[in-house]
Ligand binder design. Structure first.
Ligand code: PLP
Length: 423
């Protein structure tokens, strides 16, 4: 069944669309943190962040069905539900960020944010991490550094290496000043090239990079430099937002950043395609009068119903607060596990997003993508879903829906124990 489905998929979608695992999984249903495949096998989801409040949450299903059964139009008609949602969403931000534009995806959100950034600054130069992904539009392909793309890096993009205290022999202050010198050089180069500095785009978890442990003060120092050069800050919350990091509802707040634009996606509507750009009236007033921004499917009443219910569930079920507590428990258990296996690097991440690097041997000099892949496959055999990230594809990526509980953490850890033993 799965084999013939795979053939039919290759025949129709082509062979290039990525699939997880040597033998892909075919899921047929899900609830909470549990997915069931076509053979009736159950898997614990310790990977997916889109179903932030759990797969097929009954309140989301009901809200979508109820609104879809009543009315679904676009934003060129007035609709109470859409405005209610905009108010609810904006209430999670500081008051200066008081406007939202809806999109259908994180890519669209970043693309739109940079249209606004370029118009507000009159500049085009962009600083971005040298191993990152922010979306698939042709503009964003020109600033993609962490994924294969046919497009070249755009001439107005300067990739900067994001420091990682776990991957250096330098002291924290040495690493900080070395990294900031790189930022200064990138800004100088953009100015020398006549591009000016339009903005800095970053994911505060640096998840594609492998969950870097930043030197204290790094992000605020970059932001100061970018602002001083006339640029603006775009915080990409596609990975780190909606309570993922626990202590802060928005990930950029955890690293002490003040953003001019915040871009949203993935968990925003628990799987229904919703994204957005949050910014200030001042920024919108530079963009709005000269651009008739309209987006057919973005900000529909059904999308608003889904998005609004996500926010309500996060609050009612206190999921960010629980992510802090359970996150600390899991981190501690992972650290104990790390003491048993010397080929494991330090435990990284925040809230309910963890990673740790897998090395070729106990000297921990050489990252091992092969061994990391074997662990991910072994976890699958042990019925737990995780993945891997990082510039060497050697950091295990553990990022469950926020409705993960202690009993699920026990299962995750038991499966990790078994899988680490196997490799
Ligand atoms: C940090 C980040 N930004 C943007 C995107 C793009 O979002 P989408 O796939 O919804 O276009 C992704 C997707 O993986 C992402 O991880």
């Amino acid at each position: 069944m799965t084999a013939s489905l795979l053939q039919r998929r290759f025949a129709t979608l082509g062979p290039y669309s990525p699939l997880f695992y040597d033998e892909p999984l075919e899921f047929v249903s899900a609830a909470g943190v549990c997915l069931t495949d076509s053979r009736g096998e159950q898997y614990l989801d310790a990977y997916n962040n889109v179903p932030q409040v759990g797969h097929c949450h009954p309140r989301i299903v009901a809200a979508i069905a109820e609104q879809a059964g009543r009315l679904n139009t676009h934003t060129r008609y007035l609709n109470n539900r859409v405005v209610d949602y905009a108010e609810q969403l904006l209430s999670t931000f500081p008051s200066r960020l008081d406007k939202v534009l809806f999109t259908n995806s994180g890519s669209e959100a970043n693309d739109l944010a940079f249209r606004m950034v370029r118009q507000a600054t009159g500049a085009s130069g962009v600083l971005v991490s040298d191993f990152s992904y922010h979306g698939h539009t042709s503009y964003l392909a020109g600033l993609t550094t962490g994924l294969r793309t046919g497009e070249r890096l755009a001439p107005e993009v300067r990739p900067i290496r994001i420091p990682d205290l776990d991957r250096t022999t330098l002291s924290e202050s040495e690493l900080l000043s070395q990294s900031l010198e790189e930022v200064d050089a990138a800004i100088d180069s953009l100015n020398a090239g006549g591009f000016g500095v339009a903005g800095f785009l970053f994911d505060s978890l640096f998840s594609t990079e492998g969950l870097n442990s930043l030197p204290n003060g790094y992000i605020s120092a970059v932001i100061d430099r970018v602002h001083a050069a006339g640029g603006l800050i775009v915080a990409d919350e596609v990975q780190s937002g909606f309570g993922r990091t626990g202590t802060h509802f928005w990930g950029h707040q955890r690293v002490g950043a003040q953003a001019d634009f915040v871009t949203l996606g993935k968990p925003m509507a628990n799987g229904h395609p919703v994204g957005g750009v949050v910014t200030s009236s001042h920024m919108l007033d530079q963009f709005g009068p000269v651009n008739n921004y309209f987006n057919t499917f973005a900000g529909t009443p059904v999308s608003a119903a889904a998005g609004s219910t996500v926010l309500s569930i996060l609050q009612d079920e206190q999921l960010p607060e629980k992510a802090v507590l359970l996150g600390a428990e899991i981190k501690e258990a992972l650290e104990l596990l790390g003491e048993e296996y010397s080929f494991i690097g330090p435990i990284k991440g925040a809230g309910l997003f963890f990673g740790f690097e897998i090395f070729a041997d106990d000297s921990r000099q050489t990252p091992s993508p092969e061994r990391t892949k074997r662990i991910v496959e072994a976890m699958k055999s042990n019925k737990v879903l995780i993945s891997r990230i990082g510039r060497d594809d050697s950091v295990l990526k553990i990022r469950p829906p926020l409705v993960f509980k202690s009993k699920h953490a026990d299962q995750l850890l038991e499966s990790l124990r078994l899988s680490l033993k196997e490799v």
